[in-house]
Design a protein around this ligand. Structure first.
Ligand code: ADE
Length: 256
């Protein structure tokens, strides 16, 4: 999969994504991450890319033309490689607090793309006209305002990349982790068997795989109920699990 990040701070994204699992996947040729400097497409001799907003107001706005030219250059390269003809069909995400909130489902959807363009805004944002022309998806990483789209773009690259086959080495772990099925992951333990007086739950030492699986699923349900009850409402439990959970609730509500 190929990520193309349009930004005024290319070194920020390149440096942030060249280590650990993502860096290794890039070196292995499973991913490519290209950081394109929008300033290289400035059309005046001062290389400025921002200007005052019409109508007044605080701060500066990124101008339409450099963003458009940077997008066109990347789109041309992609179409040259894929044989496509329409640059508007290339998935182009604008990172903004005004977008749909990024989640695992969106990561899974975007991981199907061969090329993904991520457009990072700065200052007070980008001239609306170029967004209308190039952007296919408006995405926020959460309900708070950051100084630019670079960190959100890096968050998206990380979450999407780990779904690309081969990136995690064992595909099983991508499948069964938090948010699969809208359930949070169960607690995990490693050696020693006892630490600070706390023992590893005996079922995990039993070697009984069916019991371990059942315990883990139940722990996932309890953890989701305690930490993210909003997710539990969207999760599909079997009739048997519903019955078990009702009983668990009855028993644990009594204790409070
Ligand atoms: N740019 C600034 N804040 C943002 C956010 N929360 N998500 C995505 N892009 C942003």
């Amino acid at each position: 999969m190929n990520f193309h990040i349009l930004t005024l701070f290319p070194e920020m994204v390149s440096n942030g994504l060249n280590t650990s699992i993502i860096g290794r996947a890039v070196n292995a040729g499973l991913l490519s991450i290209e950081a394109v400097n929008i300033r290289d497409y400035a059309f005046n001799k001062h290389q400025s890319v921002d200007d005052y907003p019409y109508g007044g107001g605080a701060g500066m706005l990124m101008q339409a033309e450099p963003v458009y030219l940077a997008h066109e250059a990347v789109a041309k390269k992609i179409l040259g490689r894929t044989g496509g003809t329409d640059s508007r069909r290339i998935r182009t995400v604008y990172l903004s607090p005004q977008g749909s909130v990024f989640d695992q489902k969106m990561a899974e959807d975007l991981a199907q793309e061969e090329d993904l363009i991520l457009l990072c805004g700065h200052y007070e944002g980008i001239d609306e006209r170029v967004l209308e022309e190039v952007v296919t998806d408006f995405v926020s990483i959460g309900d708070y305002v950051l100084t630019g789209g670079e960190l959100p773009a890096m968050v998206m690259v990380d979450a999407i990349s780990r779904l690309v086959p081969g990136v995690l080495h064992n595909d099983v772990s991508a499948e069964f982790e938090s948010f699969q099925d809208n359930l949070l992951e169960y607690p995990q333990y490693s050696r020693p068997e006892e630490w600070h007086g706390k023992k590893v739950p005996p079922v995990l030492l039993s070697g009984h795989h069916a019991n371990i699986e059942k315990w883990r699923r139940e722990q996932s349900i309890i953890r989701t109920y305690e930490r993210r009850p909003d997710l539990l409402e969207r999760c599909e439990l079997t009739d048997k699990e519903k019955k078990w959970f009702r009983k668990w609730l009855e028993e644990n509500m009594k204790c409070q």
